[in-house]
Each structure stands twice: as C-alpha cells, then as structure tokens.
Design a protein around this ligand. Sequence first.
Ligand SMILES: [Zn+2]
Length: 348
Amino acid sequence: MTAVAIGVSPAGAGSVLALDACFDRAREPYTSVVDSHLHTRPFGGKAIPFEELTGYLHKSGVRYASMYGIGQTLPVDSGCTYYLDCPGVPVTPSMKNDFVNAANYLEERPEDPELALSMTFMDLNHPETIPSGIDLYDKEFPGAFRWAGEVNLVKQALFPNQHEPATSENIKNWAPFMKVLRDRGIPITIHSDLGSDAEPTKYLPLMEETLRRYPQNKIVWAHMGLSKELSTMNPDQHIGIMKRLLDRYPRLTLDLSWRVLEDQYFSKPGVRQKYAAFLDRYPTRAIPGTDFVAAANKDYQVYAEELEVTSRINKALGDEAFRGIALGRNYFRLLGIDRTAPEVCAAR
Ligand SMILES: [Zn+2]
C-alpha cells in the first residue's frame, strides 16, 4: 500500500492524510512536516504578516509549528533589525512579541498549520521576574501558551549586545518557574552554546548543571549546542557528548534546527552518516525546525530554502528516526498532543 495522492495537496511530507496510508519515502518529500523552531517575530522592525507566514507553512507542507517570539529584542527606537548590525545596542527578552503572537494566533486560530504558542519573554539571568510574567499570561491568555523558549542560557553571538551567560546561581533560582513548566508538561527550548572553536566545551557545564537540577523538565537543547562560533568541532566528540547526556537525562530532546548545522557539519564528507547513525540510535530524541526569523524583508523562497536545507539530514535517516523527526512523532509526544505520524511504507 502506498500513499494516497490528494488532489491539490501542498508539497511536503504531510500530504499523507488517509489513516491507513503509509508514507512512501521514495515518492513523498523529505522535508519535515513539523517546524518546532519558528520565530514568528523579528529582532526588530516589521514582521511578515501572520496570515502570509501561515501561508508559507501551508504551501511548503509544514503542518505543525511552535510559534516562538524572539528571545532578544532590540529597543523599539534603535532602528536596528538585526542585532549583529548593531553592536553595543542592548538586546533583552521582552513580552511584546509574545503578546503580538498570542493576539495574532487567537484572532485567526489556524488549523492547518496547527500552531503551539510559546513564551519567549523569560530572562534567565533574572529568574525572579518569570513567575509573575507567567501569571500575567495566564490572566490575559488562559491556557494559550503550550511551549517555552527559545530562551538564552548562553549565546555568544549576543555578547556584543550586553548579553551575559546565566550563572550557576541563576540556574538554581529557576526552580519556581521550572516547576510551573513541569506541572503543565510544557517543553522549554534553551539556547546554550557548547563553546567556540578555541574552546569547544567552554559552556558545557552550564547546560549540564541545568539538566542535573531539572531532570524532570522537558528540556529541548537548541541546535544541539552548535553555533557559528563553533564551526569546527570534531563530530565524534560532539556526538559523544550528546549520547552521554541523552543516556543520563531521559527527558532531554535535541533540536536540529538552523541551517548552520547542515552548512557547518552535516554537509561535510562523512559527517552526515555519523549524525544519521547517531539519530537512528536515538530515534525518539530529536525534533526538526528551521529557525526561520519572520522579518518582513524575507519571502516564501527564503522559508522554503531554510526548510529544505534543514531537512536534508532526513534523507539519511532510517525509517524509525524519519518517522520520529520528519513526520512529527517526537514533536507530538513532546507537546502531548494526540496526533499520529503515518508509518513509513516497507521498502519494496
Ligand atoms: Zn532560534
């Protein structure tokens, strides 16, 4: 049995809808049906209008997405649209983009794509401000937020903009809001750079401390700790660290978003196979995403390209990891929603 063709279905793996149809990898796209890491608000300046953006997802076959604000907003009067263009200008988490997201979402309530609103305002260096922020969201938008993040534990790219890594004292003081997330089963995506080319594991202790203190939280590690500042890490060393932490912390999930992973790692000779073998061994432990930032100067082509590039790793995966990652099974489980990813058709 093969996938049932649907007349004018969009491109994308999600076009298999019939319950008894299996997903034929030879005929269907390899692009993920989930975008778990989508910034629907920009750093500053104008955003792509919400309906236009959901149109991008629909057209590209993305049927589920987590709707992130942005963890680093530029001052409203700065005239900057990208923090790297404005060193010295402080960037800080803000509630503004979460409010705009919530208002947009609640006005449209799109069903395809299905969206999960995320709280991005959390300032991990000032955790004492977080519980009252959640209370405010509960009052204004009861039950609307089902995800947290992307929040920054340490992000080297923001150092010129007065961002400092959270300290071990800060991490300890996360306890009250981490309990709220735990009680509600809300995943939190944490951006925590592993290190730099000069010191590849410089910041690993911060993430380890987070996992050690909050082993029962659904923690999603953005970009597996990789970044532009860490472009030359030995893949075996990196994979070794990921395996060790996945084994020790069963609730940890890896986020495969951002084209930097493909450009700097997966696309290098021999490296894709290493990561595919790793993900095949941990088929339930990773989720896909684009890390697209919806600034108004981008268009559908940019989104489609970022989805394609970040989905290339899917082609190298075995069927179980493909179903878990590309077809959404891991995302559904993490979010606690009752959706079923189609089975992959047996190879003929
Ligand atoms: Zn991001």
